[in-house]
Design a protein around this ligand. Structure first.
Ligand code: PGA
Length: 252
């Protein structure tokens, strides 16, 4: 039985005060909701304040990025242990915006995943194809390369602890959601690939989230797919009511 995960990626939005307002509203709306891991990923500057606000609640904290070294002369970077120290239990890694604007590759994603696991945080490793890649019939090839590269050198026991997020780049922030069938096809392939890499038990247990214009009105059908175990939500996570409705998804 895979516990669903609904994670809100706030991206580069919200001051500390705005982050606190949002998380307070959310906390009230999801009070007592169980059977789902609820995660929010504020900007770095708001992590400490949000951590204090969600203490003892059913909401967990994630970073939006992480570096792979533990400490040292790496100006501007933040280590996994520092994220843990501030109260994070998850770290989003390799989001397509990081790959697109900050030069992240499967190799650097892999280093981040390893360091994050070593620090005892749960990586949410993002993969997904661009529109040109989908139209060129390369979706499965690209996603397979990203999954294989991101998981390189990890044991099955390590892969068991990880979450994968499939986010087609053409569906992020565009209002264009992959159809449930399109998403399910890729999710099933990712699960099959994880099985080849790490064995059937790991494949059966790993959580694979869908991301890309997930909203209150499409989450139910997405979550009804066999291999979709949760959502990574951008825009709709910035309003407490819409994110709370996503957290309270209903499967058919
Ligand atoms: P979106 O973003 O929900 O705004 O499309 C998703 C993401 O980038 O994680």
């Amino acid at each position: 039985m895979r516990t669903p995960v609904i994670a809100g990626n706030w991206k580069m939005h919200n001051t500390v005060a705005e982050s606190l307002k949002l998380v307070r509203e959310l906390k009230a709306l999801v009070l007592g909701v169980g059977g789902v891991e609820i995660v929010v990923a504020p900007v770095f500057t708001a992590l400490g304040a949000v951590a204090a606000e969600i203490k003892g609640s059913n909401i967990a904290l994630s970073s939006q990025n992480v570096f792979w070294e533990e400490k040292g002369a790496y100006t501007g970077e933040i280590a996994p242990g520092m994220l843990k120290d501030v109260g994070c239990t998850y770290a989003i890694i390799g989001h397509s915006e990081r790959r697109q604007y900050f030069g992240e590759t499967d190799e650097t994603v892999n280093k981040r995943v390893k360091a994050t696991l070593k620090a005892g945080l749960t990586p949410i490793m993002c993969v997904g194809e661009t529109l040109a890649e989908r139209e060129g019939g390369k979706t499965l090839e690209i996603v397979s390369r990203q999954v294989t590269g991101g998981l390189a050198g990890l044991s099955s026991a390590e892969i068991d602890k990880l979450i994968i997020a499939y986010e087609p780049v053409w569906a992020i922030g565009t209002g264009k959601t992959a159809t449930p069938e399109q998403a399910e096809e890729v999710h099933a392939d990712i699960r099959r690939l994880v099985g080849e890499i790490a064995g059937p038990a790991t494949a059966a247990g790993i959580r694979i989230l869908y991301g890309g214009s997930v909203k209150a009105d499409n989450v139910d059908i997405l979550m009804s797919q066999a291999d979709i175990d949760g959502a990574l939500v951008g825009g709709a996570a910035l309003q407490a009511d819409s994110f709370a409705r996503i957290v309270k998804f209903e499967t058919k």
